[in-house]
Ligand binder design. Sequence first.
Ligand code: SAM
Length: 321
Amino acid sequence: MFSYRHAFHAGNHADVLKHTVLIATLEHLLEKDTALTVVDTHAGAGLYRLDGDYAGTSGEASDGILRLLAPKQAAAAVALAAPAQGAAKKSPKPAAPPDAPMAPAIHAYLDLVRAFNPNGGARVYPGSPFITHHLLRDHDKLKLFELHPTDARTLDANIAQLEAGRQIAVLREDGFGSATKFLPPPSRRALVLCDPSYEMKTDYGRVLDLIGESLKRFATGTYAVWYPIIPRPEAHDLPRRLKTMATKAGKSWLHATLTVKSSKVLTTVTGDQKRPGLPASGMFLINPPYTLKGRLQPALEQLKVLLAQDRHAAFSLDSGG
Ligand code: SAM
């Protein structure tokens, strides 16, 4: 347990999907004046350095956020990471010229990341707590759960710098077991983001238990679940079971997926088996904003092209209820 560190993956294609959907959802929910409570059940460390050892070693951001930023910025950020091996070897392959018109949802995502890098480049990548806080108004609330001892300490220190007082609570508790204590919030408006590491295969069942219990307590909340698309039955079943849960509860749902490469295990010339790394991921929302599908369609069309690593790149966008 707890071998997962999000710092290795910050800004990768899965974060691009997740954070683009998160921002588009929040932008809609924040149009109403009534206070919103955001519960982030698996918060991570909050802020990540893309020029640091973790991100540099994995180089995952170079096939995610760095591809979307202007080529000059991408090159600068990768150059900054040069001492670390992975990022320097991988080219950022930015697919869009600097002024290519981006879909509004991608534009909003890039603008937000740029706000954390006022001197240009992309040295700092905001995780879900900082993305959310950036958009919240003073009367909204943010509840952050993080169990990893090191990441919880880092999150605490990062959040302390915001001097946000009682607006933000950092809880070193099990997000699966404790998040429902905030439901329903006094204003009866909430977004729950559930973004586990799926390190243990029991996480899939725990997501379902959490969403089921949450819907019982607060049927009108908005629930957003990220999951990896990998060849594992639990991962395959999760969106199907969330859809059944939403349909049985009479709630609307939206399901977005982004594939950047084939999931096939490759055999090298020496006969070794090479796993491809995460090929795809999905976001499943219950009670999504009615504007979300229209906002995501053009964004996913572009992300498929911009983040493609081979000809298997694809996206899907379904909704119901
Ligand atoms: N949501 C973050 C973001 O978008 O920036 C990334 C979160 S990362 C995928 C998952 C995090 O959940 C890890 O930092 C891990 O330590 C933490 N974690 C694992 N099990 C947990 C649990 N039961 N409760 C709370 N946090 C947990």
